[in-house]
Design a protein around this ligand. Structure first.
Ligand code: SAM
Length: 322
Protein backbone atom coordinates (compact mmCIF):
# COMPACT_ATOMS: atom_id res chain seq x y z
CA UNK A 1 0.00 0.00 0.00
CA UNK A 2 0.87 3.67 0.12
CA UNK A 3 2.92 3.75 -3.06
CA UNK A 4 3.87 7.23 -4.25
CA UNK A 5 3.34 8.52 -7.77
CA UNK A 6 7.02 7.98 -8.48
CA UNK A 7 6.72 4.36 -7.32
CA UNK A 8 3.72 3.85 -9.62
CA UNK A 9 5.71 5.25 -12.53
CA UNK A 10 8.62 2.94 -11.72
CA UNK A 11 6.28 -0.06 -11.54
CA UNK A 12 4.88 0.88 -14.95
CA UNK A 13 8.28 0.30 -16.54
CA UNK A 14 7.74 -3.45 -16.15
CA UNK A 15 5.09 -3.15 -18.89
CA UNK A 16 7.44 -1.37 -21.29
CA UNK A 17 10.04 -4.10 -20.83
CA UNK A 18 7.43 -6.80 -21.45
CA UNK A 19 6.07 -5.04 -24.55
CA UNK A 20 9.59 -4.85 -26.03
CA UNK A 21 10.19 -8.50 -25.28
CA UNK A 22 6.83 -9.56 -26.73
CA UNK A 23 7.54 -7.56 -29.89
CA UNK A 24 10.90 -9.31 -30.35
CA UNK A 25 9.35 -12.72 -29.61
CA UNK A 26 6.44 -12.30 -32.03
CA UNK A 27 8.74 -11.24 -34.87
CA UNK A 28 11.01 -14.23 -34.27
CA UNK A 29 14.09 -12.49 -32.86
CA UNK A 30 13.93 -14.45 -29.64
CA UNK A 31 12.19 -17.62 -28.49
CA UNK A 32 9.97 -16.73 -25.56
CA UNK A 33 6.62 -18.54 -25.74
CA UNK A 34 5.53 -17.07 -22.39
CA UNK A 35 5.88 -13.30 -22.57
CA UNK A 36 2.60 -12.85 -24.49
CA UNK A 37 0.66 -13.90 -21.40
CA UNK A 38 1.93 -10.81 -19.60
CA UNK A 39 1.17 -8.27 -22.32
CA UNK A 40 -2.19 -7.14 -23.59
CA UNK A 41 -3.00 -6.55 -26.29
CA UNK A 42 -0.05 -8.52 -27.61
CA UNK A 43 0.50 -6.70 -30.88
CA UNK A 44 2.66 -3.63 -30.37
CA UNK A 45 5.62 -3.44 -32.68
CA UNK A 46 8.92 -1.86 -31.69
CA UNK A 47 11.32 -0.26 -34.17
CA UNK A 48 13.98 -2.54 -35.74
CA UNK A 49 16.79 -0.92 -33.71
CA UNK A 50 14.93 -1.59 -30.48
CA UNK A 51 14.16 -5.18 -31.47
CA UNK A 52 17.84 -5.77 -32.25
CA UNK A 53 18.75 -4.35 -28.85
CA UNK A 54 16.15 -6.53 -27.13
CA UNK A 55 17.64 -9.52 -28.94
CA UNK A 56 21.13 -8.78 -27.57
CA UNK A 57 19.81 -8.16 -24.09
CA UNK A 58 17.88 -11.44 -24.10
CA UNK A 59 20.86 -13.31 -25.59
CA UNK A 60 23.24 -12.12 -22.85
CA UNK A 61 20.85 -12.80 -19.99
CA UNK A 62 19.64 -16.20 -21.21
CA UNK A 63 23.17 -17.38 -22.00
CA UNK A 64 24.31 -16.50 -18.52
CA UNK A 65 21.35 -18.15 -16.81
CA UNK A 66 21.65 -21.30 -18.96
CA UNK A 67 25.40 -21.59 -18.47
CA UNK A 68 24.96 -21.19 -14.74
CA UNK A 69 22.24 -23.86 -14.62
CA UNK A 70 24.30 -26.21 -16.80
CA UNK A 71 27.51 -25.70 -14.82
CA UNK A 72 25.70 -26.52 -11.61
CA UNK A 73 23.89 -29.53 -13.02
CA UNK A 74 27.28 -30.91 -14.10
CA UNK A 75 28.67 -30.78 -10.57
CA UNK A 76 27.79 -34.07 -8.92
CA UNK A 77 27.62 -32.85 -5.36
CA UNK A 78 25.64 -29.77 -6.24
CA UNK A 79 22.08 -29.09 -5.16
CA UNK A 80 21.53 -26.94 -8.21
CA UNK A 81 22.36 -23.44 -7.06
CA UNK A 82 20.06 -20.45 -6.78
CA UNK A 83 18.98 -17.60 -9.04
CA UNK A 84 17.57 -14.37 -7.60
CA UNK A 85 15.96 -11.88 -9.99
CA UNK A 86 15.86 -8.38 -8.49
CA UNK A 87 13.03 -6.21 -9.89
CA UNK A 88 11.85 -9.17 -11.96
CA UNK A 89 8.78 -7.49 -13.45
CA UNK A 90 7.30 -9.86 -16.04
CA UNK A 91 10.58 -11.63 -16.68
CA UNK A 92 9.88 -15.14 -18.04
CA UNK A 93 13.31 -16.73 -17.43
CA UNK A 94 12.00 -19.16 -14.82
CA UNK A 95 9.51 -20.61 -17.31
CA UNK A 96 12.04 -20.73 -20.15
CA UNK A 97 14.57 -22.62 -18.02
CA UNK A 98 11.92 -25.02 -16.72
CA UNK A 99 10.70 -25.78 -20.23
CA UNK A 100 14.29 -26.47 -21.32
CA UNK A 101 14.75 -28.79 -18.36
CA UNK A 102 17.50 -26.49 -17.08
CA UNK A 103 16.09 -26.09 -13.61
CA UNK A 104 18.24 -24.64 -10.88
CA UNK A 105 17.83 -25.67 -7.25
CA UNK A 106 15.83 -22.58 -6.33
CA UNK A 107 14.58 -19.60 -8.33
CA UNK A 108 13.51 -16.39 -6.55
CA UNK A 109 11.84 -13.34 -8.07
CA UNK A 110 11.39 -10.02 -6.29
CA UNK A 111 9.31 -6.96 -7.18
CA UNK A 112 6.77 -4.57 -5.69
CA UNK A 113 3.58 -6.32 -4.51
CA UNK A 114 1.59 -4.41 -7.16
CA UNK A 115 3.64 -6.15 -9.86
CA UNK A 116 4.00 -9.59 -8.29
CA UNK A 117 0.21 -9.73 -7.74
CA UNK A 118 -0.34 -9.13 -11.47
CA UNK A 119 2.29 -11.68 -12.32
CA UNK A 120 0.87 -14.34 -10.00
CA UNK A 121 -2.64 -13.76 -11.41
CA UNK A 122 -1.42 -14.11 -15.01
CA UNK A 123 0.44 -17.32 -14.12
CA UNK A 124 -2.72 -18.82 -12.63
CA UNK A 125 -4.84 -17.75 -15.63
CA UNK A 126 -2.66 -19.57 -18.17
CA UNK A 127 -2.07 -23.31 -17.92
CA UNK A 128 1.13 -23.02 -20.02
CA UNK A 129 2.59 -21.06 -17.12
CA UNK A 130 0.80 -22.70 -14.21
CA UNK A 131 1.80 -26.20 -15.32
CA UNK A 132 5.47 -25.22 -14.97
CA UNK A 133 5.09 -24.29 -11.30
CA UNK A 134 6.38 -26.87 -8.84
CA UNK A 135 3.45 -29.05 -7.61
CA UNK A 136 3.82 -27.78 -4.04
CA UNK A 137 3.18 -24.12 -4.99
CA UNK A 138 0.94 -22.09 -2.70
CA UNK A 139 -0.41 -18.54 -3.05
CA UNK A 140 0.24 -16.15 -0.16
CA UNK A 141 0.14 -12.50 0.91
CA UNK A 142 -3.25 -11.80 -0.66
CA UNK A 143 -2.18 -13.17 -4.02
CA UNK A 144 1.05 -11.23 -4.32
CA UNK A 145 3.40 -14.11 -3.47
CA UNK A 146 3.94 -17.66 -4.66
CA UNK A 147 5.86 -20.08 -2.47
CA UNK A 148 7.22 -23.51 -3.30
CA UNK A 149 10.23 -25.73 -2.88
CA UNK A 150 11.86 -24.51 -6.12
CA UNK A 151 10.23 -21.22 -7.18
CA UNK A 152 9.31 -18.21 -5.04
CA UNK A 153 7.75 -14.96 -6.19
CA UNK A 154 8.32 -12.49 -3.36
CA UNK A 155 6.94 -9.00 -2.87
CA UNK A 156 8.76 -6.11 -1.29
CA UNK A 157 10.64 -2.87 -1.76
CA UNK A 158 14.27 -3.24 -2.84
CA UNK A 159 15.00 0.01 -0.97
CA UNK A 160 14.24 -2.00 2.20
CA UNK A 161 16.21 -5.05 1.11
CA UNK A 162 17.70 -6.04 4.45
CA UNK A 163 14.60 -5.38 6.53
CA UNK A 164 11.87 -6.63 4.19
CA UNK A 165 13.42 -9.01 1.71
CA UNK A 166 16.31 -10.83 3.37
CA UNK A 167 13.98 -12.34 6.02
CA UNK A 168 11.55 -13.42 3.29
CA UNK A 169 14.33 -15.01 1.23
CA UNK A 170 15.61 -16.95 4.25
CA UNK A 171 12.12 -18.02 5.25
CA UNK A 172 11.53 -19.34 1.73
CA UNK A 173 14.63 -21.49 1.66
CA UNK A 174 17.35 -19.17 0.38
CA UNK A 175 20.63 -20.89 1.31
CA UNK A 176 23.47 -18.48 2.06
CA UNK A 177 26.04 -21.15 1.17
CA UNK A 178 24.69 -22.14 -2.25
CA UNK A 179 26.27 -20.76 -5.43
CA UNK A 180 23.90 -17.93 -6.28
CA UNK A 181 23.44 -15.84 -9.40
CA UNK A 182 21.72 -12.47 -8.97
CA UNK A 183 20.15 -10.82 -12.01
CA UNK A 184 19.30 -7.13 -12.23
CA UNK A 185 17.93 -6.02 -15.58
CA UNK A 186 17.05 -2.32 -15.92
CA UNK A 187 16.44 -1.98 -12.19
CA UNK A 188 19.44 -0.25 -10.61
CA UNK A 189 18.80 2.99 -12.48
CA UNK A 190 15.53 3.33 -10.54
CA UNK A 191 17.26 2.91 -7.18
CA UNK A 192 19.26 5.48 -5.32
CA UNK A 193 22.92 4.29 -5.38
CA UNK A 194 22.79 4.19 -1.60
CA UNK A 195 20.03 1.57 -1.80
CA UNK A 196 21.62 -0.55 -4.50
CA UNK A 197 24.94 -0.40 -2.61
CA UNK A 198 23.16 -1.85 0.41
CA UNK A 199 21.99 -4.81 -1.69
CA UNK A 200 25.47 -5.33 -3.14
CA UNK A 201 27.09 -5.08 0.29
CA UNK A 202 24.68 -7.61 1.77
CA UNK A 203 25.58 -10.04 -1.01
CA UNK A 204 29.31 -9.37 -0.51
CA UNK A 205 29.07 -10.03 3.21
CA UNK A 206 26.48 -12.81 3.38
CA UNK A 207 26.69 -14.91 0.22
CA UNK A 208 30.26 -16.17 -0.19
CA UNK A 209 29.63 -17.84 -3.56
CA UNK A 210 27.85 -15.14 -5.52
CA UNK A 211 27.73 -13.72 -9.01
CA UNK A 212 25.69 -10.88 -10.41
CA UNK A 213 24.69 -9.93 -13.92
CA UNK A 214 23.38 -6.42 -14.42
CA UNK A 215 22.04 -4.86 -17.59
CA UNK A 216 21.63 -1.12 -17.35
CA UNK A 217 21.62 2.09 -19.29
CA UNK A 218 24.98 3.85 -19.10
CA UNK A 219 26.07 7.38 -19.94
CA UNK A 220 22.52 8.78 -19.63
CA UNK A 221 23.97 12.28 -19.40
CA UNK A 222 25.52 12.70 -22.86
CA UNK A 223 23.51 14.09 -25.75
CA UNK A 224 22.33 10.77 -27.14
CA UNK A 225 21.69 9.36 -23.67
CA UNK A 226 19.42 12.29 -22.89
CA UNK A 227 17.43 11.69 -26.04
CA UNK A 228 16.66 8.10 -25.11
CA UNK A 229 15.84 8.62 -21.51
CA UNK A 230 12.24 8.90 -20.38
CA UNK A 231 11.03 11.70 -18.13
CA UNK A 232 10.94 9.48 -15.11
CA UNK A 233 14.56 8.39 -15.30
CA UNK A 234 15.64 11.90 -16.22
CA UNK A 235 13.95 13.19 -13.06
CA UNK A 236 15.43 10.45 -10.89
CA UNK A 237 18.94 11.07 -12.23
CA UNK A 238 18.58 14.80 -11.79
CA UNK A 239 17.76 14.26 -8.14
CA UNK A 240 20.92 12.22 -7.71
CA UNK A 241 23.31 14.61 -9.35
CA UNK A 242 26.00 14.08 -11.93
CA UNK A 243 28.38 11.99 -9.85
CA UNK A 244 25.95 9.06 -9.88
CA UNK A 245 25.68 8.70 -13.66
CA UNK A 246 26.91 5.24 -14.52
CA UNK A 247 29.61 4.71 -17.15
CA UNK A 248 31.05 1.47 -18.51
CA UNK A 249 34.02 1.84 -16.14
CA UNK A 250 32.04 2.79 -13.06
CA UNK A 251 29.65 -0.17 -13.34
CA UNK A 252 32.48 -2.70 -12.95
CA UNK A 253 34.55 -0.52 -10.64
CA UNK A 254 31.65 -0.50 -8.25
CA UNK A 255 32.03 -4.24 -7.62
CA UNK A 256 35.83 -4.25 -7.53
CA UNK A 257 35.89 -1.48 -4.94
CA UNK A 258 33.49 -3.50 -2.80
CA UNK A 259 35.80 -6.53 -2.70
CA UNK A 260 34.45 -8.75 -5.47
CA UNK A 261 36.92 -11.09 -7.14
CA UNK A 262 36.27 -10.02 -10.70
CA UNK A 263 34.01 -7.60 -12.54
CA UNK A 264 33.78 -6.93 -16.25
CA UNK A 265 31.53 -4.72 -18.29
CA UNK A 266 30.71 -4.70 -21.98
CA UNK A 267 28.44 -2.33 -23.81
CA UNK A 268 25.74 -3.68 -26.06
CA UNK A 269 27.42 -2.49 -29.27
CA UNK A 270 30.51 -4.56 -28.41
CA UNK A 271 28.36 -7.42 -27.28
CA UNK A 272 26.57 -7.39 -30.63
CA UNK A 273 29.88 -7.41 -32.52
CA UNK A 274 31.74 -9.96 -30.43
CA UNK A 275 29.16 -12.32 -29.00
CA UNK A 276 26.58 -12.85 -31.72
CA UNK A 277 27.48 -15.47 -34.37
CA UNK A 278 27.57 -14.53 -38.06
CA UNK A 279 24.87 -17.10 -38.79
CA UNK A 280 22.69 -15.57 -36.13
CA UNK A 281 23.26 -12.06 -37.51
CA UNK A 282 22.30 -13.29 -40.98
CA UNK A 283 19.09 -14.73 -39.53
CA UNK A 284 18.27 -11.43 -37.79
CA UNK A 285 18.91 -9.43 -40.97
CA UNK A 286 16.17 -11.45 -42.67
CA UNK A 287 13.67 -10.56 -39.97
CA UNK A 288 14.30 -6.82 -40.20
CA UNK A 289 17.03 -5.11 -42.11
CA UNK A 290 18.99 -2.40 -40.28
CA UNK A 291 20.39 0.24 -42.59
CA UNK A 292 21.26 2.79 -39.91
CA UNK A 293 24.16 0.97 -38.27
CA UNK A 294 25.58 4.17 -36.86
CA UNK A 295 22.35 4.78 -35.08
CA UNK A 296 22.24 1.23 -33.72
CA UNK A 297 25.80 1.59 -32.46
CA UNK A 298 25.01 4.91 -30.78
CA UNK A 299 21.98 3.40 -29.10
CA UNK A 300 23.73 0.19 -28.11
CA UNK A 301 26.70 2.07 -26.63
CA UNK A 302 24.28 3.35 -24.01
CA UNK A 303 23.50 -0.05 -22.52
CA UNK A 304 25.87 -2.42 -20.80
CA UNK A 305 26.13 -5.82 -19.17
CA UNK A 306 28.25 -6.03 -16.05
CA UNK A 307 29.21 -9.42 -14.70
CA UNK A 308 30.88 -9.78 -11.31
CA UNK A 309 31.62 -12.72 -9.10
CA UNK A 310 32.75 -12.90 -5.52
CA UNK A 311 35.34 -15.63 -5.89
CA UNK A 312 37.01 -17.64 -8.56
CA UNK A 313 34.37 -20.33 -8.45
CA UNK A 314 33.94 -22.59 -11.44
CA UNK A 315 30.29 -21.89 -12.31
CA UNK A 316 31.08 -18.23 -12.67
CA UNK A 317 33.88 -18.26 -15.24
CA UNK A 318 31.59 -17.61 -18.13
CA UNK A 319 29.60 -15.10 -20.14
CA UNK A 320 31.07 -14.89 -23.59
CA UNK A 321 34.31 -12.86 -23.94
CA UNK A 322 33.19 -10.43 -21.23
N1 SAM B 1 13.76 -6.91 -14.93
C1 SAM B 1 12.51 -6.87 -15.66
C2 SAM B 1 12.76 -6.94 -17.15
O1 SAM B 1 13.91 -6.70 -17.58
O2 SAM B 1 11.82 -7.21 -17.89
C3 SAM B 1 11.72 -5.59 -15.33
C4 SAM B 1 12.43 -4.31 -15.65
S1 SAM B 1 11.47 -2.86 -15.29
C5 SAM B 1 12.26 -1.69 -16.31
C6 SAM B 1 12.01 -2.38 -13.65
C7 SAM B 1 11.38 -3.23 -12.55
O3 SAM B 1 12.02 -2.95 -11.30
C8 SAM B 1 9.90 -2.96 -12.36
O4 SAM B 1 9.18 -4.17 -12.40
C9 SAM B 1 9.84 -2.29 -11.01
O5 SAM B 1 8.63 -2.50 -10.32
C10 SAM B 1 11.04 -2.90 -10.30
N2 SAM B 1 11.50 -2.04 -9.21
C11 SAM B 1 12.04 -0.81 -9.31
N3 SAM B 1 12.29 -0.30 -8.08
C12 SAM B 1 11.91 -1.26 -7.19
C13 SAM B 1 11.91 -1.33 -5.77
N4 SAM B 1 12.32 -0.31 -5.02
N5 SAM B 1 11.44 -2.46 -5.19
C14 SAM B 1 10.99 -3.50 -5.93
N6 SAM B 1 10.96 -3.48 -7.28
C15 SAM B 1 11.42 -2.38 -7.90
Amino acid sequence: GGASNADHAVQGTSNDAAVSRESAARLGYIVDPFIRYFVKPANQRRAPLINRGTYCRFHGVQNTLCQFAQALAATETSTGGQIVVLGAGFDTSYFILEKEGLNVGKFFEIDFAEITAKKAAAIYRHSDLKSLLPPDTTVAMGGSELHSSRYSLLSGDLREFQIQLVPKLLERGFDLNEPTLFLSECVLIYLDPQHSDQIIDWITQSVPNAAILTYEQIRPDDRFGQMMIDNLRARLLELRGLHAYPTLESTSQRFMSRGWHSAKAIDLADYHDRCIDDSERARLAKIEFIDEWEEFTLLAQHYAFTFAHSKDAEPFQMLCPL
